[in-house]
Design a protein around this ligand. Sequence first.
Ligand code: ADP
Ligand code: ASP
Ligand code: MG
Length: 409
Amino acid sequence: MALIVQKYGGTSVGSPERIKHVAQRVARFVAEGHKVVVVVSAMSGETNRLLALAREVAPSPDPRELDVMVSTGEQVTIALVSMALMQLGVKARSYTGGQVRILTDSAFTKARITNIDDANIRGDLDAGFVVVVAGFQGVDEQGNITTLGRGGSDTTGVALAAALAADECQIYTDVDGVYTTDPRIVPEARRLRTVTFEEMLEMASLGSKVLQIRSVEFAGKYKVRLRVLSSFEEGGEGTLITFEEDANMEKAVISGIAFNRDEAKITLLGVPDRPGIAYQILGPIGDANIDVDMIVQNVSHDGLTDFSFTVHRNDYQKAMQILKSVDAHIKSRGVVGDDKIAKVSVVGVGMRSHAGIASTAFRTLAEEGINIQMISTSEIKISIVIDEKYMELAVRVLHRSFQLDQPSA
Ligand code: ADP
Ligand code: ASP
Ligand code: MG
């Protein structure tokens, strides 16, 4: 008998039929003697609908009120799933995040889980109930409803699995695992049987939204056995997120290609090249709580250099404004920005032991005439900023050139 946390995403609970289907799967696990905690998302489209509704009333809604509203989507699903389970004769009980007491900080719309009180859940599991928990939400110390950021139900699932020391956390979604890249963009993408935590962390943070990044961080920190599976198919093994030691030694050098259009690039031209200048530029950006991702400073000519960096697109306008006053202050030669960029990243732990990955990536893009605007690397990834109109092409050609469409050895 195992204790399993199963998380079902929006599409997997997107209609009454899908919810009945989920209930049948859960019932099978119960019949096999397992204890099951189910975590659910809002029905597909519901979170977007609620967010759009708020913006019809207020262009930038108050974050606390937004969380009060947007958390209702998951509350509907927990009740429906519990009802469907009861229809099958399975004892079930639903809980909102606040009812479990999933405690978070007070950062509305992007709260972090700080503690989980597992007493209610354990009591119910011991009494033979399936416990159905609303994903994506919690409460802060004052009892305010909070939400965990888009895709946050994954994090609820993994955090519960960690708190309960579950045997496995299963993330059921509309694809049958983690692929070499988003199969919606590259139909030849292949499912990975395993992927390491490190790789998954990079892929999630670089744009593969199959798992919310914080869920992967949790899984790594608390050593949660995490698997991504299809809720539409039976019997698949999905993708297991492993620690490197366990991984298949024959693994390909590159595991996947991630991409996103979330960033914008800002360049300060003709910056005096002297100590302290990077701080003068990025200090005010940090003070405004804006995260900076990639940074490039060029070699100087005649004591002047160009300084570029990227920020999230949501922070672009604010960052541009700040930079205009920095420009005036440090007497540089103007600010230019571009929010039509994309970041494409090649990820794989095999990069550590293989040379030439970067040059293959650069050659591949050159052959397609795609200009590289910025590059950043870590031990296991290369990220490249390009014009967003070439993003899909870049992903496709890189996928092919690293032979990710071929079955691995
Ligand atoms: P859910 O609603 O179940 O949480 P999401 O839409 O958040 O589902 O995540 C699943 C989607 O992630 C897939 O439909 C797929 O388009 C996308 N995706 C992006 N990158 C990958 C990848 N590398 N492997 C699998 N799916 C990916
Ligand atoms: N319903 C939330 C969202 O759409 C959380 C989730 O689905 O994970 O982002
Ligand atoms: Mg998701």
